[in-house]
Design a protein around this ligand. Sequence first.
Ligand SMILES: [Zn+2]
Length: 395
Amino acid sequence: MKSFCARWSKSRNCATSKRACSRRRWKPLDILVAVLLVLVGWAVNAGGIFFNALAVFIMLMVPVRIALILWGVFYGSLEYRLWRKPLAGEIRRYWWQVGNGWIFWLLVGLTLELCIVPAQFAPQEYSVIRMIDWGGITILLLLTLLPGKRIYVATNLAFAVGSIFMATQMARIYWPVPKTEGVILTAPFRGEWLVVNGGRSTLINIHYGLANQRDALDIERIVNGQERTGDRKKWTSYPSWGETLYAPADGKIAKVVSDLDDNPIGQRDDEHLAGNHVAIDMGNGRFVMMAHLQKGSVLVAEGDIVRTGQLIAKCGNSGNTTGPHLHLQVQNGPDFSAPDLRTYPILFRDVTCVRSARPRTDAPFFVRRNDRIISESLAEMPRQNTNTTNNETKP
Ligand SMILES: [Zn+2]
């Protein structure tokens, strides 16, 4: 820490005596800022708004960094040696800081690309959002090259913690899951649908932190790439509303709830999380549940035997939902409120799955946020393979 102390002693605020310097190396403000950053990061992730908070953080940090740099120019506390003597040994620590900042902000950009659902915005709106996000990130990357003389170790550590968190989530999202761990379903809908929540991270799947919904998917019907075609407050503005849903597997109806009201858009039913729902017993302890169904639309009763592709109900807006969509999960029991309920990852077959504008060829497909699932000819699909394929996937 010799060079650190020496630099400190040059600072206008630091006493030159060794004792004073060692006292000043303990920087309460730095530690406070670092702890606050980590705590806020943890809280927004727990609240399911991590990427929304990242977007706000970018917009906040641009003016903060500019103000700090102007302050540094005025008070002479910027470290110009990064440019004057970039290869000098004592400058190395500043380059570590640049690297730390760059890794963080680039991961922020990648995280936002993964998390934002373009279908929820008008195309122009989405362009503006991307411009603000990537513009802000570019500015912050450049400003990292204008460090202050003082290196705030704790704050740097807080940014590193953020990077490790985002990198871990990416690894989890991209790491291939053995298909033997999944349960293969036929898509319970027709047309083009979008996965809004799904995947192996809380960043892209709001259910992932809940043991009883961990592998659940929220899926919406989209038209022209949009989840909504009109007034935000009307059910009928959402293409999902009233869409016919079909049995995604052969089985016996194990649970039906169908008498709950559909919520006005913007209101949720916190008492009945799944709303109207149907659970189909696929055998071998696997139950596929379809939730948020339209009141009165369920066409089956408990005990009925259903075949893949059979009409089940209509997509609605009952339960704890922000708008019409299908919540789909495969679980280990018929009752959604069972305390020991656990879920299994879902694989889709007989569909086209489009990821990043390219159709995938690795069917059956695990899906995640922003994957588009196109199911065109459900009624004509041969059913004879249903059981065989599902049995093959039992753990
Ligand atoms: Zn859901």
